[in-house]
Design a protein. Structure first.
Length: 134
């Protein structure tokens, strides 16, 4: 699946954080976005580990954007929270890496591979700044 709840919640969180004047904690974000706190906390920690967010500790702690919105692309965000590059299909992107070793017999693999490349390119070009403009 291309866009899971984790990716959706990550993008929604980034939108809110981009508009915040100060760091926001996971509980505040969770309530504002109606997202389970424990699930959101894991997403925010992943984004912080990937240097997309900065984590602040203490009473006024929370999370804030570490990068400018134009430097945060959606492929990067989705790969961070999913643990891998998002895919449209469960097939391998490379014919050589086909888990069933039957890529040479598959009549739709070339189409799916081209589609994946286009989607990866689109997501890599789409930034948080682009989403904020909409």
């Amino acid at each position: 699946m291309l866009i899971t709840r984790a990716s959706e919640y990550a993008i929604l969180s980034l939108i809110v954080l981009s508009k915040a004047d100060s760091p926001m904690d996971s509980e505040t974000l969770s309530k504002q976005l109606s997202i389970p706190k424990s699930f959101l906390a894991k997403i925010l920690q992943s984004l912080a580990k990937s240097k997309i967010l900065k984590s602040y500790k203490g009473v006024n702690g929370g999370f804030a954007l570490l990068l400018d919105p134009e430097d945060i692309n959606m492929l990067q965000v989705m790969a961070c929270v999913e643990g891998k590059t998002p895919t449209v299909f469960d097939c391998s992107i490379s014919e050589v890496d086909c888990p069933s070793e039957k890529a040479h017999l598959c009549s739709i693999w070339p189409f799916l591979s081209k589609l994946q490349i286009k989607i990866d390119s689109f997501l890599a070009e789409m930034t948080l700044a682009d989403i904020l403009k909409k």
